[in-house]
Design a binder for this molecule. Structure first.
Ligand SMILES: [Zn+2]
Length: 384
């Protein structure tokens, strides 16, 4: 090989991608482990993430979302706690069963070590604070179980924090207990996630937290105007804490107008979705899986395709606002019914790096976006 070809090979997107430590801040694959019993170490025919495709896509670290669905498991109580505990056990069991592929990680140093050994770091974040059941001591309990970030609410507000997904969230920030939870997370070294939170809750959190605040899977409201996304003022405030906005891949939150179109499609497909649910003989969780299956097929047919270029538009926007040190990635794989056409699964992650390179980002910029910025934040939040 001549030196010229060595250089060009070393600087192509795939080589840069393979050298980088790639950290995905959010995937809902955890619920597939519990509800569908999928074997994550085989190439799965459906879904967005498994170990085989993760290796192909150069993924080094995955935050598994510990998600308690409020309609099915409530906003607290024993069922919500049990639902979270089951998912944590499933992630831990996966790493224990396949130590050649996965290792449970809780620190930035763990991620670097596991990645350099050629394995995938498995980390956990609690999505929606329902599982702490309004008890401060449960924050430490989940920290001890390995959870390293938490968002105070998902699409339904808690008594102590407003969600962007319901009406009460529009005026609800954090109450006294909510402030105490954020302080406890700071004390323990658990990262504070603002994805899904209402605007008042966001502002209360950035004022309260003494450690960097992150959004694990969000977009920019200036591009895609949905309440779930962050305004420019919010992105600036979050960056001032030293935090990172991890850009979500879900078309509804990145593509202008997609959310409105989806609402129309949801109305059109209401009866086949209901039929799939009625015909499913399993429990409520399996009925939801059946509904989502129909939604996935119909969205693919009826909604316009979105590409990685749109994800990078959000990256560009954040970089223009606050610089290169405050942006990362949070796929929401296996938690959404649509993905970009050139990012169908974790195996396609190098396409994202190719687009970043095409837009003029340097290798060190790309390292930061793909995981370096989040490793910095993890290090800062960890207790000394
Ligand atoms: Zn989410």
């Amino acid at each position: 090989m001549t030196s010229t070809s060595t250089n060009s090979a070393a600087n192509d997107a795939l080589s840069i991608h393979r050298r980088a430590i790639v950290v995905d801040m959010h995937a809902d694959t955890t619920q597939r482990l519990v509800d569908e019993g999928v074997d994550l170490d085989q190439r799965l025919a459906d879904g967005h993430l498994d170990a085989v495709r993760a290796k192909e896509g150069g993924l080094d670290a995955q935050f598994f979302s510990i998600w308690v669905e409020p309609e099915l498991f409530g906003l607290g109580g024993a069922r919500a706690v049990k639902r979270a505990d089951l998912q944590i056990e499933a992630v831990r069991a996966r790493a224990a069963k396949h130590p050649e592929t996965w290792e449970l990680a809780t620190t930035a140093a763990d991620v670097r070590r596991i990645s350099s050994a050629g394995r995938i770091a498995a980390l956990m974040g609690l999505e929606g604070g329902y599982a702490i059941d309004e008890k401060l001591e449960n924050v430490a309990r989940y920290y001890q179980m390995g959870v390293r970030y938490m968002s105070a609410a998902w699409s339904v507000s808690t008594s102590w924090a407003g969600s962007s997904g319901d009406a009460v969230g529009q005026t609800r920030g954090l109450n006294d207990f909510g402030h105490a939870v954020i302080r406890e997370m700071n004390r323990l070294g658990m990262m504070v996630d603002v994805s899904h939170l209402s605007d008042p809750a966001f502002w209360d959190i950035v004022k309260t937290s003494t450690k960097p605040v992150i959004a694990t899977h969000s977009g920019c409201r200036a591009i895609a105007n949905v309440p779930r996304n962050l305004t420019d003022d919010m992105i600036v405030a979050l960056a001032k804490t030293g935090g990172v906005v991890n850009v979500i891949f879900y078309p509804e939150h990145i593509e202008p107008g997609w959310s409105e179109q989806k609402k129309k499609v949801d109305a059109e497909i209401a009866s086949p979705v209901q039929r799939a649910s009625d015909e499913e003989k399993g429990d409520a969780v399996h009925k939801k899986l059946a509904r989502d299956r129909v939604r996935r097929e119909e969205y693919l047919k009826r909604l316009p395709p979105v590409t990685v270029a749109r994800i990078v538009d959000h990256v560009d926007h954040i970089v223009k606002l606050v610089g290169i040190d405050h942006v990362g990635i949070g796929s929401d794989f296996d938690g959404v019914q649509a993905v970009p056409s050139d990012l169908k699964s974790v195996a396609d992650l190098p396409n994202l790096t190719a687009e970043l390179l095409r837009r003029g980002y340097s290798e060190s910029d790309i390292d930061k976006i793909l995981g370096g910025n989040m490793l910095r934040v993890m290090g800062e939040v960890e207790r000394h």
